[in-house]
Design a protein around this ligand. Structure first.
Ligand SMILES: Nc1nc2c(ncn2[C@@H]2O[C@H](COP(=O)(O)OP(=O)(O)OP(=O)(O)O)[C@@H](O)[C@H]2O)c(=O)[nH]1
Ligand SMILES: [Mg+2]
Length: 183
């Protein structure tokens, strides 16, 4: 479909992966510009994956929001080259409050990277979200908490090969509402 200028809108494909409960569906909603609180409090686990299409900034965005449940992880990995084909952005989400499952999250990341085709390895915009980095969590985190995150980042850097360019972000859905607070 053409836009008013006659130029076909650019399609941008974004993949979001990570373990179950990491916050991927909430992040997908943030990316769509959804900001009503119930969208983040009433969530149910994704089955398989959600395919979300929306238009913004003159582009058509397609988000593939994958379930992180164990039941689906192998299937996603087996079909990963098909899903990731022509993707512009890949977001891997780690729940930083789920310390007990850091290793599992790192193993899954490693498996995904191993299956990344050469073309996408070179071209994809790759981000790792250290998610649920809520203000309260940040404020309450003691030196041990900070050290744990530093260790996690160190492991992420060991896993992602140097030929992939990537960025690491501290994220929280609560920052979406930050500007609405009066005092
Ligand atoms: N504290 C906190 N909770 C969050 C944040 N983002 C999401 N959550 C909560 O985390 C839970 C899981 O969120 P989802 O977005 O459904 O998680 P998911 O990664 O899509 O999970 P699956 O679909 O099972 O793979 C929900 O109860 C959310 O409200 C965040 O930034 N901070
Ligand atoms: Mg989900």
């Amino acid at each position: 479909m053409n836009d008013v200028s006659g130029i076909p809108p650019q399609k941008k494909k974004i993949l979001i992966m990570g373990l179950d409960q990491a916050g991927k569906t909430c992040i997908a909603k943030c990316l769509q510009g959804i900001k009503h609180l119930t969208a983040f409090t009433i969530t149910k686990p994704t089955m398989g994956f959600n395919r979300i299409t929306f238009h913004a900034l003159g582009s058509e965005f397609i988000i593939l929001d994958f379930s992180g449940q164990e039941l689906y992880r192998d299937h996603h990995l087996k079909n990963f080259d098909r899903y990731v084909k022509d993707a512009n952005k890949f977001i891997y989400v780690i729940d930083i409050q789920d310390i007990d499952r850091y290793q599992l999250a790192l193993d899954y990341l490693k498996n995904i990277i191993n299956r990344l085709p050469m073309k996408e390895k070179a071209a994809i915009d790759f981000s790792i979200f250290l998610h649920k980095y809520d203000i309260e969590w940040d404020n309450s985190s003691n030196k041990t908490g900070e050290a744990t995150i530093k260790e996690l980042i160190k492991h992420v850097k060991e896993i992602v090969p140097s030929n992939i360019s990537y960025t690491i972000h501290k994220t929280s859905i609560y920052t979406v509402f930050e500007k609405s607070f009066i005092s």
